[in-house]
Design a protein around this ligand. Structure first.
Ligand SMILES: [Zn+2]
Length: 482
């Protein structure tokens, strides 16, 4: 049994097949746009949630839980926000057969309009600030585009942090801190390389002053947005009446930010970025099972081999690893396929020779190497190999991303770059609203989106705007996107 789908040549089929074969999700639920997430993906997403929650809390955020229903009047309080979200909102209008709600209730598409009326009640004085809260929850948006498990569905799982500050400077510093957290977690812990952008003015969150977001490169050359963070200025504070009394006893509107890492989407990125033609490939820290033990007994040695496997499982579990011994009656080859497809990082193969020589044969999922190690070194070696595997995944992914960026000096060149499933780097007139016409022209001719300017490095234009020929004020990236 092998996996016959080539990730680079036909990413779409590869992604569909891996979802089925590794039992990550199921599309047969029966409500359009809604997807069932199965155990193997949920176990990893729980680990991801845990890492992200700890990161937010270490930066001063406290957890809250808000209701999923939002009164329609709340949603309508910030004009740009309601305009941006209203086409996607699911409404709850009745209970049972006979009770119709006077005011329809929205299933939260995002929680600004759920949280901020409460913030108005809670925040009084400069002493209450900064005020940082987050929740882990799902949100619902009526997406028109085709559903793809994890990458796009009408219900998805995220964390949303909503922070309040006395000054615009502190709020803007939070935006940068959010992007730093993105790097700490998404890149350094989940191993997904990302470029952080300040988005163009025409592509910001509904109601925000500006939006920053991280993009990763998918195997088909498209960029996918991972966490985004928004500087809201005092727009929402004015709309929702979030005020505080400053040190001079004067009433002031507060400044706000919000940050939304979507765990289910990042998980989709994880599958896509690290998986290979043999299936899923999980970083060591995120694997529900980090080490699978496969007994390979010959006739008459079943007991001795199984006994050794039990000892090793116990030893590794005690050392803190997530371990599983595959005692099913499948043949060893079928067991290999099963766990490789699910991306388990390390496999211990234990047969007669290993029992006699007090060794273990370790198979490394990323390089497909087999290494024989003495049992005395087992814990240390498993740890080292786990770290090395994750580092290798990150190295590969970063090299692929960096290698996929090409400078382009005309719309034709952009088109060639995108056709080669790569990302174009261009000089561009401006990221302010006046630049939108040039961006639209690029989109129309090449299908590519203008992603904004990099936050992680300053870049100098290397020519005039590729569209209008005016002096370029920005360097931007153009790619097809998810
Ligand atoms: Zn231009």
């Amino acid at each position: 049994m092998t996996f016959h789908f080539d990730k680079r040549e036909d990413f779409s089929t590869w992604f569909t097949e891996i979802n089925k074969r590794a039992e990550l999700s199921d599309l047969r639920y029966g409500v359009k746009g809604f997807v069932v997430f199965r155990a193997w993906s949920v176990m990893t997403m729980k680990i991801m949630y845990d890492i992200y929650e700890k990161e937010l809390e270490s930066h001063g955020h406290q957890p809250v839980i808000f209701p999923a229903l939002i009164p329609s009047a709340n949603l309508e309080q910030e004009a740009d926000h309601v305009e941006g979200f209203s086409p996607e909102v699911f409404w709850v209008t009745r209970a049972g057969k006979n009770t119709t709600f006077e005011e329809p209730l929205a299933l939260r598409p995002t929680s600004e309009s759920a949280m901020y009326p409460m913030y108005k009640l809670w925040l009084r004085s400069w002493r209450d600030l900064p005020f940082k809260r987050y929740q882990s929850c799902q949100v619902w948006r009526y997406e028109g585009k085709m559903t793809r498990p994890f990458l796009r569905s009408r219900e998805f799982y995220w964390l949303e942090a909503h922070d309040v500050f006395a000054t615009s400077e502190e709020a803007e510093a939070q935006v940068l801190e959010d992007m730093q957290m993105t790097e700490n977690v998404v890149t350094n812990r989940f191993g997904i390389p990302a470029i952080t952008f300040k988005r163009p003015q025409w592509d910001k969150f509904a109601g925000a002053v500006y939006t920053c977001a991280a993009d990763t490169l998918m195997p088909d050359g498209r960029l996918m947005q991972l966490p985004s963070t928004h500087y809201l200025g005092d727009h929402f504070a004015r709309a929702f009446g979030i005020k505080y009394v400053d040190e001079d006893e004067k009433e002031q509107y507060a400044f706000q930010t919000c940050y939304g890492p979507a765990i289910s989407r990042i998980y989709g990125g994880l599958i896509a970025v690290h998986g290979d033609d043999d299936g899923l490939l999980l970083p060591f820290e995120l694997a529900p099972i980090q080490v699978v033990i496969v007994p390979i007994p010959k006739k008459g040695s079943k007991q001795a081999v199984e006994k050794r496997c039990r000892e090793l499982e116990k030893k590794l579990r005690k050392a803190g690893f997530r371990v599983h011994t595959d005692n099913t009656d499948r043949r060893p080859g079928d067991k290999y396929y099963h766990w490789e497809m699910r991306g388990v990082p390390l496999r211990l193969e234990i047969g007669n020779r290993e029992v006699e020589q007090k060794t273990a044969t370790v198979f490394r999922r990323d390089s497909r190497e087999r290494i024989v190690i003495p049992l005395a070194d087992l814990k240390k070696k498993v740890q080292q190999l786990g770290v090395a595997l994750t580092e290798e995944l990150v190295r590969r992914a970063k090299a692929r991303f960096t290698g996929a960026i090409r400078d382009a000096r005309s719309i034709e060149e952009i088109e060639q770059v995108l056709q080669g499933r790569q990302v174009a780097r261009i000089s561009f007139c401006t990221m302010e609203l006046e630049g939108e016409a040039c961006s639209d022209k690029i989109k129309e001719k090449t299908g590519g989106e203008t992603r904004g300017t990099r936050l992680d490095q300053k870049e100098k234009p290397f020519g005039p705007c590729v569209v209008c020929g005016k002096t370029a004020k920005a360097v931007t990236y153009v790619a097809r996107t998810y």
